[in-house]
Design a protein around this ligand. Structure first.
Ligand SMILES: Cc1cc2nc3c(=O)[nH]c(=O)nc-3n(C[C@H](O)[C@H](O)[C@H](O)COP(=O)(O)OP(=O)(O)OC[C@H]3O[C@@H](n4cnc5c(N)ncnc54)[C@H](O)[C@@H]3O)c2cc1C
Length: 377
């Protein structure tokens, strides 16, 4: 998405409608485009007031991120307009500030600097080193060095405590960051915006930022990349099931409450992995789907309980693409050198690999439904 904002032609290729995915056009698969309001243990409630009952459910709603990284568009047109407008704002800016040097903020700052080398690009981060998560000090140093080499000003150990939009007509859009959370003052619909933060933007033009040390910075285009939020969407009688790292799950991908063995949570939405990655999300989905198949074949979750498959723990992993010229990678505890990491770096940022892995343009080869049969007792 970061590359999509700086290079809209690339961004446009990221929108792949479900109705173009051949294998999804199956009489037993129904795709419904709708926004979920909340989920109980028996049905899914949509925003339009309709609801859908279920025997089994997989919650795979990802995490919420404010636009423009989080995508709130419902149609290709809306998506392309959002990309165009964001790109125009970045292009028109002389100075760009990215607040938050997690993976997204780092890649965005690098992409902006690479596409617009003459712009002044600043990356502000509250900690003494870039990048949160279980990664080595050396990786963090490498990333910081690469950013500096590219010409990004990296401001560490400084929290943005206030952000004020300067233009008169937009005073009501003033945003303030307090305690690491962004709050958008003109957004009255708190529940909906907590569920769908992508509907509000974390980017502003022409802002004044105040740092914790009192320093004030002017910035023509500013975006807050302060991490993702778990969506408060499950309405189950289960206290603490949804934490800051997602919906708590067991190794089987069932939610961690024995009262709801028919509800699964996968991918970014769940707490399964410390580092949220697309490959892990996919694998979670496979495990959940196979476990549901086992439950159906065995006559219910209780009967199938001891036969259910456990999802393995995956090592923490990250591949950061800093524009096209630099990358940094760590797998588990091992830091990869750039040359080795480059085998996973593609001009299209791996889009073709993802499209192939998900068979988005072709029909997957049929395999026997008994590839993963429940083993006999
Ligand atoms: C900028 C960026 C770069 C990344 N780079 C990498 C990378 O290089 N490698 C990697 O492995 N991972 C990367 N990730 C993480 C990766 O994108 C996620 O791990 C992956 O998409 C998770 O898949 P998911 O299916 O769990 O959730 P998502 O892909 O987020 O899908 C969730 C879907 O649910 C929909 N939804 C949410 N709420 C509702 C609702 N209320 N009603 C209806 N629908 C709803 C959303 O619109 C979305 O389509 C990156 C993420 C970002 C933001």
């Amino acid at each position: 998405m970061t590359r999509g904002l700086t290079t809209p032609e690339y961004g446009n290729s990221l929108w792949i409608p479900y109705n173009t995915v051949t294998w999804l056009q199956h009489p037993q698969i129904t795709i419904r485009q709708s926004t979920i309001d909340y989920i109980t243990d028996k049905y899914v409630m949509f925003e339009d007031g309709d609801n859908l009952g279920f025997d089994y459910l997989i919650v795979a709603l990802g995490v919420g991120r404010h636009a423009p990284i989080g995508v709130g568009a419902e149609t290709r047109d809306e998506f392309e307009i959002m990309l165009r407008e964001t790109h125009a704002n970045i292009k028109a800016a002389q100075s760009v500030t990215v607040v938050g040097a997690g993976a997204v903020g780092i890649e965005l700052a690098a992409d902006v600097k690479e596409v617009f080398p003459d712009k002044y690009v600043r990356l502000v981060h509250s900690r003494e080193q870039v990048l949160a998560g279980p990664f080595s000090v050396t990786l963090r140093q490498r990333v910081e060095q690469a950013l500096v080499q590219m010409g990004v000003e990296v401001v560490l150990g400084q929290r943005v405590v206030k952000q004020r939009q300067i233009s008169d007509d937009k005073d009501n859009l003033e945003t303030a960051q307090l305690g690491g959370q962004i709050s958008i003052a003109n957004d009255m619909n708190c529940n909906r915006s907590a569920r769908l933060p992508e509907l509000t933007s974390a980017a502003v033009t022409n802002a004044e930022l105040t740092l914790a040390n009192g320093e004030r910075l002017q910035s023509d285009w500013t975006v807050q990349c302060l991490g993702a939020q778990t969506r408060p969407i499950l309405q189950l009688a289960s206290k603490g099931l949804t934490g800051s790292d997602g919906i708590r799950v067991r190794g089987t991908m069932q939610v961690d409450d024995i009262r709801y063995p028919h509800i699964y949570a996968c991918g970014d939405a769940c707490s399964h992995s410390a580092v949220k990655l697309a490959g892990v999300a996919m694998h979670n989905g496979f495990v959940a789907a196979r476990n549901i198949a086992r439950c159906v074949l065995m006559g219910g979750p209780r009967a199938a309980d001891t036969l259910l498959e456990q999802s393995p723990d995956f090592p923490a992993k990250i591949l950061l693409l800093l524009g096209r010229s630099h990358c940094a990678m760590q797998v588990g505890d091992v830091l990869w050198d750039e040359e080795r990491a480059r085998q996973f770096v593609f001009e299209d940022m791996g889009l073709a690999q993802c499209v192939n892995a998900l068979s988005l343009t072709s029909v997957p080869i049929a395999t026997s439904p008994f590839d993963h049969p429940p083993s006999p007792k």
